[in-house]
Design a protein around this ligand. Structure first.
Ligand code: GTP
Ligand code: MG
Length: 336
C-alpha cells in the first residue's frame, strides 16, 4: 500500500434532536401540563492521534465521516439521547487545517474559536474538530405561571461541517538523511527493529520508514539529490518529514571520491528547503567502511571533523562497530 502523507476529508457533526410538544394526561383534565422533553445533542467529531504512520492510506476511499444525530425529545419529560461522537484516528505528526473556514476568511467556529491549524503531537492526543448541534427545547421548558399550556418548542441545531486537509510530518528523534544508496536503510535495520528494504540501486526507499533504537524513534528518509529542494527526485516530497526530527544522522558512503563535496551538496539542499533544517544538531556517519582502505577512512574522518563535531565511521557488516555506534548515538540523543 502506498504511503500517503496528505489527504482531504469531509466531516459532519450530528444535528441536535428536536424538542417536542407533549402533554401529561390526568383523569378529568384535558391537559394537565406540558411534558415534552428536549432533544439530545448531536455527536461531535474528534481527531485522535495513533502511532501508525500508514493510517492515512486507509482513508483513501473513505473520506466522509458523519457523527450521529441527537434523538428527539420524548413524552413524560424525557430528553432525547445524545448522538454518539466519532473519533477519526490520524497518525502522530498530523497537521489539520479546516479548509471550509479558511475559505471563508479564517472565521472562528465553536470547535476551533481561533481557527488555528491543529497539530497532533503525541500518541493519544484528542482534539475536537467539529461540535455537534445543541438539542432543541421541548414545551415543558417553556412552562411558566403565565404560560401553563405552552405550545412552543425549538428544533435542534445543525452540527458543524467542514473539509479538512491533513498533512503528515513524521515525528522522530532522529532522521537518517543522505544521497540515494548511502546505506541509510541498512543502518536503520542494523540500529533498530525495522526491516526497511535495502538494494544496490538509487531510490530503493520510496516511503519513509520508522524504527526504534532504545527509547528513540529513527526515521529513514528517502534519498535526497542535488535539486531535491526544488522538487528533483523524491526529496522534495519527503524533506518536510525531516522538519520534525530533533537530530539529523547524515549518512555518506565512503565509496565517494570526494565525501566532503557530497556532504556539502546535501547540506545545501537542506538549507534551501528550510534554513531551520540546517540548524538542527547533526551527526555525520561515514558508511561502508569495509569498502575502502584504512588510509581513506582516516583522511576522510579528519576532513569531515572540520564540518561536524560528531563524525563516526561504520560498516553494517561489523557488529562491533554497529554496537559502538548505537551506544554513542543513544548517549547523544539523551543529551540533546
Ligand atoms: N559493503 C557494504 N555495503 C553496504 C553497507 N551499507 C549498505 N550497503 C549496501 O549499499 C546499498 C545501498 O544500501 P541502502 O541501505 O539501500 O541505501 P539507502 O541509503 O537506503 O538508499 P536509498 O533508499 O536508495 O536512498 C545496498 O546494496 C547495501 O547492501 C556497508 O556498510 N557495507
Ligand atoms: Mg533506503
Amino acid at each position: 500500500m502506498a504511503f500517503i502523507d496528505e489527504i482531504t476529508i469531509h466531516a459532519r457533526a450530528g444535528r441536535g434532536g428536536d424538542g417536542v410538544v407533549r402533554w401529561r394526561h390526568e383523569k378529568g383534565k384535558e391537559f394537565s401540563g406540558a411534558s415534552g422533553g428536549n432533544g439530545g445533542a448531536g455527536g461531535s467529531v474528534w481527531a485522535v492521534a495513533v502511532r501508525d504512520i500508514h493510517r492515512l492510506a486507509s482513508y483513501r476511499h473513505v473520506k466522509e465521516f458523519t457523527a450521529d444525530r441527537g434523538e428527539d425529545g420524548k413524552r413524560d419529560s424525557q430528553h432525547g439521547r445524545n448522538g454518539a461522537d466519532i473519533s477519526i484516528e490520524l497518525p502522530v505528526g498530523s497537521i489539520i487545517t479546516n479548509l471550509s473556514t479558511a475559505q471563508r476568511g479564517g472565521e472562528s467556529t465553536k470547535s476551533n474559536p481561533f481557527n488555528k491549524k491543529i497539530t497532533l503531537a503525541a500518541e493519544g492526543d484528542r482534539v475536537l474538530l467539529l461540535a455537534g448541534g445543541r438539542g432543541g427545547l421541548g414545551n415543558e421548558h417553556f412552562k411558566a405561571s403565565t404560560n401553563t399550556t405552552p405550545y412552543e418548542w425549538t428544533p435542534g441545531k445543525e452540527g458543524e461541517e467542514a473539509d479538512f486537509l491533513v498533512e503528515l510530518e513524521l515525528v522522530a528523534d532522529a532522521g537518517l538523511i543522505g544521497l540515494p544508496n548511502a546505506g541509510k536503510s541498512s543502518l536503520l535495520n542494523a540500529l533498530t527493529n525495522a526491516r526497511s528494504k535495502v538494494a544496490h540501486y538509487a531510490f530503493t526507499t520510496l516511503d519513509p520508514a520508522l524504527g526504534t533504537m532504545e527509547e528513540f524513534v529513527l526515521a529513514d528518509i528517502p534519498g535526497l539529490i542535488e535539486g531535491a529542494s526544488s522538487g528533483k527526485g523524491l526529496g522534495f516530497k519527503f524533506l518536510r518529514h525531516v522538519r520534525r526530527t530533533r537530530v539529523l544522522f547524515h549518512c555518506i558512503s565512503l565509496e565517494h571520491d570526494d565525501v566532503e563535496a557530497v556532504y556539502k551538496t546535501v547540506r545545501k539542499e537542506l538549507n534551501t528547503f528550510d534554513p531551520l533544517l540546517s540548524d538542527k544538531p547533526e551527526v555525520c556517519i561515514l558508511t561502508k567502511s569495509d569498502m575502502v582502505t584504512p588510509e581513506k577512512i582516516h583522511e576522510t574522518q579528519k576532513r569531515m571533523e572540520q564540518h561536524s563535531p560528531h563524525v563516526f565511521t561504520v560498516s553494517v557488516i561489523d557488529d562491533v562497530a554497529i554496537k559502538r555506534l548505537k551506544d554513542t548515538l543513544v548517549k547523544l540523543l539523551r543529551a540533546h
